[in-house]
Design a protein around this ligand. Structure first.
Ligand code: BTN
Length: 334
């Protein structure tokens, strides 16, 4: 069940008001704010009251102005959009208190004609999906679960590049917000201390010539203090790695900004920059790995040597031959 059922636009009054309050270096005068929004002081006061009722701590000093003192720990439109500086990405955001899967919500939006760049977030996913039909578990209110709708002008055979791009985007955003350097595991897992920090599920609809839509779903373990026993050896959160909580809204905003930058580079300049960014980030290239491809193909072991121009993995086998891997799960060997 979702509380908000409509996307909120970035140019809506409350988002603009919060953007202004966040950007101000001190109290913002009521008169100036009312002027900025072309409204009366009384109407401005109502908007401030509305924001307070939603958990924003806004103090007011008569004759001085309004000061944003605190923001709630949420990943909804009012928490995320005032932090976003992009041209077209996240021009609107649909925040659901609870949903099955943000990827399914974004796919439904895509099928009903939504514009590229719409973002879906949720606090609680009840049917989160991972790659290859796996379940994605994520405790409510602690993590990031978001999906972004793209309509890139690319050929369907280049879809693998979007997967690599998403990994570059998320690891860059994590670094920008926390300073933490993560490791890219082909095709698009993000690891820290050898354990999974983020998973990315890219889904698309295409005809033989062109991509209609792509949904990039991102799940990141952010603020859990620990992992359940069955995941303790394989999963980690940012808080566990860093020893402190991380602002989820800031991370979501950084992902959105980085997504616009890398999407536009990929569409505008071809695969080169994305492949180069993936190769030059800390990654699993050079390591001994076993690849489990989708059945019926057999697993294969070798050295992860490089990326192909389409984002595939080039594996050097023990007999010296090279195998091109288009899809699969990677397990690192000792
Ligand atoms: C994987 O590692 O297998 C991918 C996990 C992707 C999880 C995210 S959470 C947001 C989005 N909604 C989903 O149902 N899945 C993705």
């Amino acid at each position: 069940m979702s509380k908000s059922i409509y996307p909120v636009r970035r140019d809506s009054d409350l988002v603009r008001l919060l953007t202004h309050l966040r950007g101000a270096t001190g109290p913002a005068s009521g008169e100036a704010l009312a002027g900025l929004f072309g409204t009366s002081r009384a109407a401005l006061q109502k908007k401030i009251e509305r924001l307070r009722s939603l958990g924003f701590g806004i103090s007011a000093k008569s004759g001085v102005g309004y000061l944003l003192e605190s923001t709630p720990d949420r990943i909804d439109a009012l928490a995320v959009l005032p932090l976003v500086r992009t041209e077209w990405m996240a021009s609107s955001l649909l925040a659901l208190e609870e949903c099955g899967s943000t990827n399914d919500e974004a796919k439904a939006l895509a099928q009903s004609g939504a514009l590229a760049g719409i973002v879906v977030t949720t606090e609680k996913q009840t049917a989160g999906r991972g790659r290859r039909g796996r379940i994605w578990h994520s405790p409510a209110y602690e993590n990031l679960a978001m999906s972004i709708l793209l309509r890139p002008n690319l050929a369907p055979q280049d879809a693998g590049l979007l997967t690599l791009m998403a990994a570059v985007v998320v690891s860059e955003a994590i670094f920008d917000v926390t300073g933490l350097q993560s490791i890219l595991k082909w095709p698009n897992d993000i690891l820290v201390q050898g354990k999974k920090l983020c998973g990315i599920l890219t889904e698309m609809a295409a005809d033989p010539e062109s991509i209609d839509w792509v949904v990039v779903g991102i799940g990141c373990n952010v603020n859990p203090e620990g992992m359940p026993n069955d995941l303790a050896d394989i999963a980690i959160s940012l808080r566990m790695a860093l020893g402190h909580r991380v602002d989820r809204a800031r991370l979501a905003a950084a992902i959105i900004e980085s997504m616009e930058k890398w999407h536009d580079r990929l569409v505008g300049h071809g695969p080169g920059p994305v492949l180069e960014a993936w190769r030059s980030a800390p990654n699993i290239l050079g390591q001994h790995v076993t690849v489990h491809p989708p059945p019926p193909a057999e697993r294969v072991t070798g050295i992860a040597e490089d990326l192909g121009p389409d984002g595939s993995l080039l594996l050097r086998l023990p007999d010296g031959t090279r195998r091109i891997i288009l899809a699969g799960d990677l397990v690192m060997e000792a």
